[in-house]
Design a binder for this molecule. Structure first.
Ligand code: PLP
Length: 400
């Protein structure tokens, strides 16, 4: 059984079996990831890349093999296309402050969408303050889908970069990223995709997508917190300036001048999150062993079942009903504040998230302060969905 790989799922909370439906915030970790981290700290604990001794070499091997596993998962041309980062937030900031900042002039335009997480909005606002760039937004509709017709007007001669979320964390919308990329490419605009919520659910092939950058959040793909990956096309990584200066990212330093290290080390200043990187590699291997097709199939079964089951809850309204969705359900219940819903069902063992989910502009669109969000992973079950529905019905009764 898929669940048996995840020891964290076997807990009871408030005396009830845990129903973990907060996977979009962070997923549970499989034993294989926990074992890989333990194994590093117990058997291979040393710094990477700079030692000649046995332990340092074996730690370096584990760390670089992890990069290789992630390259396989994403079908990157080479592990050199991958930079270890802290997560999607750092990956997006890195691209904004290196690749884009080094090219952009006042008046140039950055295109994002209405469905972005704050981490794909605020870095561009910071860049706007620094450079005088202009931020433009692809609008969304009531279903939580992007308005593709508007793109032809939004792309102008001044558009310098497009950065769009692959799968929305708040609504679950799977964006038509191939169409978006094709439109940007026609105009010669480089594209970054925020893959935080896509990699845990979809088979992502960065070469097939032909995106310029792709960001991966480790803790959402069953890996360690504080880990992640930035994929970049080789020509961009070679050309763009470094993000942070320090050890590891140099090949020669004098007081007059520094020669930077080769890619990807050029972007990995300082001692990295070694255990995190190794754990992330184990997560990638775990996902490939389960199989992305199987994960996607389970997701879609759970999505269909949950969509139907939630209809039994009186007064429940789904927010975001896109045709293409991951198993993420944002909803409000008439007459109950989202926060109260979350607190009540927690007492039945059900963990969901409430609030704006770091996507305030989405909720501004709907005129809401926030929502309840149940976000499922492939290890969840139909029985757990029934527990969610029962607990929501009970919560609703309390407010009648
Ligand atoms: N983008 C999306 C769509 C997310 O859901 C999140 C996290 O919730 C992020 C970016 C930020 O990712 P990280 O936690 O890896 O920095």
């Amino acid at each position: 059984m898929l669940r048996e790989h995840f020891p964290g799922l076997n807990q009871r909370v408030h005396g009830k079996p845990l129903v973990y439906f907060d996977n979009a915030a962070t997923a549970q970790r499989p034993q294989a990831v926990i074992d890989a981290i333990n194994d590093y700290y117990i058997n291979h604990n040393a710094n990477v890349h700079r030692g000649v001794h046995f332990l340092s070499e074996s730690a370096t091997d584990l760390y670089e093999n992890a990069r290789l596993s992630l390259a396989k998962l994403l079908n990157a041309p080479s592990p050199k296309n991958l930079i270890f980062v802290r997560g999607c937030t750092e990956a997006i900031n890195l691209v904004a402050q290196t690749f884009v900042r080094s090219k952009i002039k006042a008046g140039d335009e950055i295109l994002i969408s209405h469905l972005e997480h704050h981490s794909n909005i605020v870095p561009w606002q910071i860049l706007r303050e620094q450079t005088g760039a202009v931020l433009k937004v692809i609008p969304m509709n009531e279903q939580g889908e992007l308005n593709l017709e508007s793109i032809d007007e939004l792309i102008t001669e001044k558009t310098a970069f497009m950065s769009v979320v692959h799968v929305s964390n708040a609504l679950g919308t799977i964006n038509p990223v191939k169409t978006l990329i094709a439109k940007a490419k026609e105009a010669g605009i480089p594209v970054m995709l925020d893959g935080a919520q896509a990699v845990p659910h979809l088979k992502v092939d960065v070469q097939d997508l032909d995106c310029d950058f792709y960001t991966v959040s480790g803790h959402k793909m069953y890996g360690p917190t504080g880990s992640g990956i930035l994929y970049g096309k080789a020509e961009h990584l070679e050309e763009m300036p470094p993000y942070q200066g320090g050890g590891e990212m140099i090949s020669k330093v004098t007081f007059d001048h520094t020669v930077y290290n080769a890619v990807p080390a050029k972007f990995e200043a300082g001692t990295p999150n070694i255990a995190g990187g190794i754990g992330l590699g184990a997560a990638a291997e775990f996902m490939m062993t389960i199989g992305m097709d199987k994960i996607a199939q389970r997701d879609s079964e759970l999505r269909v079942y949950t969509e139907l089951a939630l209809k039994q809850v009186p007064g429940l309204k789904l927010i975001g009903t896109a045709a293409e969705k991951s198993p993420v359900f944002s909803f409000v219940i008439e007459g109950i504040h989202a926060h109260d819903v979350g607190t009540i069902i927690d007492h039945y063992g059900v963990a969901i998230r409430t609030g704006h989910h770091c996507t305030m502009p989405i909720f501004q669109y709907y005129g809401l302060a926030g929502s309840c969000r149940a976000s499922l992973a492939f290890y969840n079950t139909e029985q757990e969905v029934d527990v969610l529905v029962d607990s929501l019905i009970k919560a609703r009764k309390m407010f009648e």
